[in-house]
Design a protein around this ligand. Structure first.
Ligand SMILES: [Zn+2]
Length: 122
């Protein structure tokens, strides 16, 4: 199946990248394997992969980046180059407490630890 091949390919690209790429980057990588793939196809498959829990998206300022690491984790973000670095710090907030105390349904914690990556600390 052509479409599932493309979806697998896109999933593999995101999963094998540690850089938290955006859709354009995934598109460029996918093009190396499937010459006639369109950006629309990449976007559509990224959405499907996200909706089915195969990858995660990160809203980083005004761009969406994709994360193949679907474990609960937070990121260090370099303010110089924008690098996002995975950590094993988790967002284990008490969902029920927030719902009970604030009558608010939490979906996502946006939490970057800002600083400088090793290329920019010297
Ligand atoms: Zn990550």
């Amino acid at each position: 199946m052509r479409y599932s091949y493309q979806r697998e390919l896109i999933k593999d690209i995101v999963r094998s990248s540690k850089t938290h790429p955006n859709a354009e980057w995934v598109f460029c990588e996918a093009k190396k394997k499937v010459e006639n793939i369109s950006l629309g196809t990449v976007y559509r498959n990224l959405k499907i992969l996200e909706n089915t829990g195969k990858i995660k998206s990160i809203h980083d300022d005004n761009q969406v980046r994709y994360d193949g690491n679907i474990e609960d984790h937070h990121h260090l973000k370099c303010v110089k180059c924008g690098a996002l670095i995975d950590t094993d710090i988790q967002s284990n907030f008490d969902r029920k407490k927030i719902m009970d105390d604030y009558d608010f349904e939490p979906n996502e914690v946006k939490f970057f630890i800002l600083g400088k990556c090793k290329k920019h600390t010297k």
